[in-house]
Design a protein around this ligand. Sequence first.
Ligand code: FES
Length: 159
Amino acid sequence: MNVVPADLNNVESIVNEIVTRHEGNKHELVAVLNDVQKTLGYLPESALIQVADGLDIPLSKVYGVATFYTLLSIKPMGKHVIRVCESAPCHLLGANSLIDVLRKELRISIGETTKCGTFTLEHTSCLGLCGVAPAIMIDDEVFGNLMPDDIPAILEKYK
Ligand code: FES
């Protein structure tokens, strides 16, 4: 993700600008939510309401989409989001041992953010990198063929 959270007082104008950029096209709901998240760091309730208004879509549908996709989040995230694939190939090839190291290094569990706000640790479904399982993604960067010992050096790049 790697965004600096925007001023949440500006949610209305930020969302309006993004909706306008997508020409108010309700078929672009996922893209709109993705752009809002890139700007705000996550999808606060006020943004979901504004998106529903701007695209003329029921709030329940907007909320449903925002909570369905693992790359979208309705809660504040850390500066860097670490997603560990939990689908079968990665699971079989050691994803759990990666999670153990990540939890130990960051002192958080899955779904939590470090106190300093630098890292959020999440599960995700298949990243499309099964050929290099086990795999993780940090922000938009992917890492495959991982061994637990690789994790500390990778984290160091983001500190
Ligand atoms: S199963 Fe992990 S990347 Fe596909």
